[in-house]
Structure formats: structure tokens, C-alpha cells
Design a protein around this ligand. Structure first.
Ligand SMILES: Nc1ncnc2c1ncn2[C@@H]1O[C@H](COP(=O)(O)OP(=O)(O)OP(=O)(O)O)[C@@H](O)[C@H]1O
Ligand SMILES: CC(=O)C(=O)O
Ligand SMILES: [K+]
Ligand SMILES: [Mg+2]
Length: 583
């Protein structure tokens, strides 16, 4: 007979041994080691009970049940109200390889012409895509709506939980489209090109590039260096004629539509009037309205400069999308965003190390330390972080990555970033699925190596809670993660309505995977961005014993766990830590 060890920290029950006595009614035998005894004095019990009711009411008020139980498909074997919803890929992985080998690092794929078909999206989902990113710099809203619909259909028909991230264009300076279906142009050494803010009715004149920013001709000076995409192509400004700026190509290369433009004077990035451009342009606001209407899971804001813009957007979203809870991701890709890093990360729901533009704004050799810092601050403040851009750039053209690219991916995994992102590799490259396979297999391999070598970085995690109730959750999660490592448990189970307890566990980066049970499909999708979480949708109650019994039998019936597995369970309803063997 399976033995259940039961450690109980209970702050919400009349008797510290309530969980013990409840479990004793089940058939397993077990030992109880109360590891922290709560004083039985009435006043303390009362205050703790009050805190507990706060937690319960907070979690239920901020969590609508939109989408609950909406999935009913052939791939989900049990989808009635007592059923459990989990990724079909995760299910297969758990069955075949067991808990320990599941991938902890999440994967984001930018969807573009190479991947916008239903079959292509399905192949990415099978390959481990957790989040599909659409970039509003490119394509029309109708095109993006089509992608969103296909991803939703995939989730509903095939049981995936792929989240959608909409990325705004932002109002930095970039080139326009070439018109006439032209997809790229070659700038040769010494050639003279015209960068113009004029609106051209028909096709662009030869060697002419449209610039989106009206103040361009005023801001630049003769002698400035003009960098396309952070230096892929370089020009020197030689003459200004009204709205036209004549430039000589000094570093030849391929010009791609909508490539980013920066200009430099005496070795420094020039920030003139363009530094005053709003972070969220009027076009971005329309795109944001579109994202809210389509119910995307994340909105990523380009070129964030300060925390204010994040706060503003969050209240805008709150006012317009009642009940649904869109997370705001701050893209760190400018000098200003680095200056205000802590404030920005504090305000947002997650961040992206957008190395493409960041590398055009700070010297390239500073990008790795900036990445390290951003990943670290996000972890400390408990916000998911995505490392993005050029991870496997060569795979846009070639079927295998360079050794250097594999090393770069490994470093991001070793830093324990929550997620890695593909850009051009999946949007318009020749080998999107192969690129995803590389991210997946490198992640799994490096994570395992790291665990086996026990090279855990001892990162100090500061207290982040703003209330006593939150502090209890935080302490429980920190302790549960530590116990999980010391006892070498197979998995941590967390029952969480808002997802907060799951994120606190993820922040600890424990050795074992975290099964996160949540009641809504939208929270489940959102948790798909966070390190180590395997999100399930499940209807559960405040009765932990019945939740656990139900979960065990559902997971066992699906072959996802076996009797004897050692599990730690925590929840945001009953604030306790339970350790038990699966019966
Ligand atoms: N919806 C789309 N339609 C056409 N091409 C796209 C689309 N999305 C991406 N691409 C192509 O893929 C490339 C990489 O995409 P990505 O979104 O990563 O651009 P980026 O310039 O790196 O990001 P950002 O603009 O946010 O800095 C783009 O330069 C573009 O050529
Ligand atoms: C992803 C992105 O926006 C960048 O790297 O610039
Ligand atoms: K963008
Ligand atoms: Mg960018």
C-alpha cells in the first residue's frame, strides 16, 4: 500500500492537523510532521482566518470563469465538468518520459508567412510552441485575425493551450514597405540612396526608401551614420534636400521592408525629437483595441521607456476588457528602458529581452550583460521573462544552427529565463519546425545537465509580497520548492485560481516540474509562458482532499502519473503544504 507522508503548515484551519485528519479518513496510512505550529490563541487564529478569507475573495473576484468548460474535443478523453484539460503534447511527454524530463523552458514562435497555415501552426504546437506571437509591424489586422482564429481552433479541436501574444509596432523610426510586391533590395558599396518622408503614390523611385517618421530630415545632420537593423547595412548622410536625405552606402547589404533605422553622431546614438515619440502610437492604440477585441493573452509593448506607459495601458485594458485579464509584456529594447528597468519590471506582467533593437541602441558587447541583468531582475520581482531575437538566426536559411547559436540558446536556458523566442526563424525562415526542435532539444538537454550537476545558482529572492496574505503564499511556495528539492519529489501540485501561487513556485525554479491546476482556460494559457509550469484546467473546490483524490484518479486514468510518485501539494485556498505518495 502506498504510504503518504503528510507535512502540514496550516494557517487557515481551526486545527493545524485538519489536513492530517481529513487525509486519515482516506485509505492510506501516513505520518504527520507539523513543521510549523500555529499558535492556537484565538486572536491569532482570527487574524489568520481573516487573511485567508481575503485570499479567497481576492482570487475569486479577480478571476472570471470565462471559457470554463468550453472545450469538448475528441482528443480530450474526458471533458465533462469533472474532467481535466491538458496539452496533448504534454500528456504524451509525461506518459513516455515521466515527470523529470519535461521541458521547463517555454517557447514562443513569431507567426509569419512561413507558418500561418493551420497545418503549419499545428506542427509548431506539436513541436512545443507554448505561445504564438504576432507582430503588428507586419501584415494587416485581417491577416492577424486569421492567425488568431486558427490558433484558437487548434486549441479547441486538438486540446492545445497555445497562448497568443500581440506585439505592437511602436513608434521608433523604420523604413516603409518597398511597394510593388518587392520583398528586399540590395544596397551596394558606395551607392547613393534617398531616405524620404514623402508619401509616394505609386512605386518608389529607384534607390529610394520611405521613412515613417516625419521629423527624420530635421533630426539628422550631414555626416551622421545611418544604421539599418543595428548595422546590417550602413550609410553616411551626405546631403539634405527638403524631405529627402541623400546617403552613401558604406556597409553594403540586404534591405528588408520595415527595417529599423537608428542614426549615430560621434559614436553615440542620436536621440533628438524622436526620443519624444510616444511609446504607444495612434496606430498602436488601434492595434491594442484589436487585441482586446480578439481576446489575446499577452500584449507586448515595443520600446517601453518608463513604467507610466505600462500603468496607463493596464488601466486602459482593465476598463475595456471586463473580466478578461490580458497580461502586459514590457519589451526592453531601448536605452531608456534600461535606465528605468526596475520600475518598468515592477509595473508590467512580464518582460522581453528584445535583443534585436536593443543591439541597435547600445553597443553589441553590452547586450549579454543587459540580458543577464534583465533576466535576474524579472526573476527577483517574479515576472516571466522572454529572451528574444537572433537565437537561431542562421536557421532562416540553413537547416542546422551554428555552434555559437547553440551556445547562445544554452546560456539563456542556463540563466533560467522563462521563455525563448523565435523571430524570423519561424515567421519567414525556411526551417521553422527544425528551429523549434533545436530550441526544444537544447532546452531539455541543458536543463538536465544543470540538474544533474546540481549547479543551482543561489539567487537571493527578495520578499516581494505587499500584504500579509501574500507573504504567507510566498513563504509556502519558497518552502515547498526547497522541500521538493531536498526530498527529490516527482512533482509539485498547485491549485490556483489566479495563477499567482503557480508563478511563485515557478520563481523558485525547483528541480521537479510544477503541475498547475487552475479553473479557467485563460489563466491556463497565461501560465504557459512561465518556467516549469505544466498548466491544467480543472474544476476544483475548497476541499483539498477531494481535489487531490480527483486529480490523482484523473491523472492516473490518463496514464500521466503512477502510484507511489511523491508529490507536494499547495493551494491558494487552503494555505498548507502536503507531502504524499500518489495512492
Ligand atoms: N505578419 C508578417 N508578415 C510578413 N512578414 C513577417 C510577419 N511577421 C514577421 N515577418 C517577417 O519576419 C521577420 C522577423 O519578424 P519579427 O517579428 O521578429 O521582426 P523584428 O523586426 O525582429 O521584431 P520587432 O519589429 O518587434 O523589433 C520580419 O522582419 C519580417 O520580415
Ligand atoms: C523582438 C524585438 O522586438 C527585437 O528584438 O527588437
Ligand atoms: K514589434
Ligand atoms: Mg524590436
Amino acid at each position: 500500500m502506498a504510504q503518504a507522508l503528510h507535512f502540514s503548515i496550516s494557517t487557515s484551519t481551526p486545527s493545524p492537523n485538519r489536513a492530517f485528519s481529513k487525509l486519515s479518513s482516506s485509505k492510506s496510512s501516513f505520518l504527520s510532521y507539523p513543521i510549523r505550529r500555529i499558535s492556537s490563541s484565538n486572536s491569532i487564529r482570527k487574524s489568520i482566518t481573516a487573511v485567508y478569507s481575503d485570499v479567497v475573495s481576492n482570487s475569486s473576484s479577480s478571476c472570471s470563469d470565462n471559457g470554463t468548460g468550453s472545450i469538448a474535443t475528441s482528443t480530450l478523453s474526458s471533458t465533462d465538468s469533472s474532467g481535466i484539460e491538458v496539452d496533448t503534447v504534454t500528456e504524451a511527454e509525461l506518459k513516455e518520459n515521466g515527470f523529470r524530463s519535461t521541458r521547463r523552458t517555454k517557447l514562443v514562435c513569431t507567426i509569419g508567412p512561413a507558418t500561418c497555415g493551420f497545418e503549419q501552426l499545428e506542427a509548431l504546437a506539436v513541436g512545443g510552441m507554448n505561445v504564438a506571437r504576432i507582430n503588428m509591424c507586419h501584415g494587416t489586422r485581417d491577416w492577424h485575425r486569421g492567425v488568431i482564429e486558427k490558433v484558437r481552433r487548434l486549441n479547441e479541436e486538438k486540446g492545445y493551450a497555445v497562448a497568443i501574444m500581440m506585439d505592437t509596432e511602436g513608434s521608433e523610426i523604420h523604413m516603409g514597405d518597398f511597394g510593388g510586391g518587392v520583398t528586399s533590395a540590395k544596397a551596394e558599396d558606395g551607392e547613393i540612396w534617398t531616405f524620404s518622408v514623402r508619401a509616394f503614390d505609386s512605386a518608389l523611385p529607384e534607390n529610394t526608401i520611405n521613412v515613417n517618421y516625419d521629423g527624420f530630415a530635421e533630426d539628422v545632420q550631414v555626416g551622421d551614420e545611418l544604421l539599418v537593423d543595428g548595422g546590417m547595412v550602413r550609410f553616411e548622410v551626405i546631403e539634405k534636400i527638403g524631405p529627402d536625405v541623400k546617403c552613401r552606402c558604406t556597409d553594403p547589404g540586404l534591405l528588408l521592408p520595415r527595417a529599423n533605422l537608428t542614426f549615430w553622431r560621434d559614436g553615440s546614438l542620436v536621440r533628438e525629437r524622436n526620443a519624444m515619440l510616444p511609446t504607444i502610437s495612434s496606430k498602436d492604440w488601434l492595434d491594442i483595441d484589436f487585441g482586446i477585441a480578439e481576446g489575446v493573452d499577452f500584449i507586448a509593448i515595443s520600446f517601453v521607456k518608463s513604467a507610466e506607459v505600462i500603468n496607463h495601458l493596464k488601466s486602459y485594458i482593465a476598463a475595456r476588457s471586463r473580466g478578461s485579464d490580458i497580461a502586459v509584456i514590457a519589451k526592453i529594447e531601448s536605452v531608456d528602458s534600461l535606465k528605468n528597468l526596475e520600475d518598468i519590471i515592477q509595473a508590467c506582467d512580464g518582460a522581453m529581452v528584445a535583443r534585436g533593437d536593443l543591439g541597435a541602441q547600445i553597443p553589441l558587447e553590452q547586450v549579454p550583460s543587459a540580458q543577464h541583468k534583465i533576466v535576474q531582475v524579472c526573476r527577483q520581482l517574479n515576472k516571466p521573462v522572454i529572451v528574444a531575437s537572433q537565437l537561431l538566426e542562421s536557421m532562416i536559411e540553413y537547416p542546422t544552427p551554428t555552434r555559437a547559436e547553440v551556445a547562445d540558446v544554452s546560456e539563456a536556458v542556463r540563466q533560467r529565463a522563462d521563455a525563448l523566442m523565435l523571430s524570423g526563424e519561424s515567421a519567414m525562415g525556411q526551417f521553422p519546425e527544425k528551429a523549434l526542435t533545436v530550441l526544444r532539444s537544447v532546452s531539455i538537454r541543458i536543463e538536465r545537465w544543470w540538474r544533474e550537476e546540481k549547479r543551482h545558482e543561489a539567487m537571493e529572492l527578495p520578499d516581494i509580497s505587499s500584504s500579509f496574505a501574500d507573504s504567507i503564499s510566498e513563504e509556502i511556495c519558497n518552502s515547498a520548492a526547497k522541500m521538493a528539492n531536498n526530498l527529490e519529489v516527482d512533482a509539485i501540485f498547485v491549485y490556483t485560481k489566479t495563477g499567482h501561487m503557480a508563478s511563485l513556485l515557478s520563481r523558485c525554479r525547483p528541480d521537479c516540474p510544477i503541475f498547475a491546476f487552475t479553473t479557467t482556460t485563460s489563466v491556463r494559457r497565461r501560465l504557459n509562458l512561465q518556467w516549469g509550469l505544466i498548466p491544467f484546467r480543472l474544476n476544483f473546490t475548497d476541499d483539498m482532499e477531494s481535489n487531490l483524490n480527483k486529480t490523482f484518479s484523473l491523472l492516473k486514468a490518463r496514464g500521466m502519473i503512477q502510484s507511489g510518485a511523491l508529490v507536494i501539494a499547495v493551494s491558494d485556498m487552503l494555505q498548507s503544504i502536503q507531502v504524499m505518495n500518489v495512492p
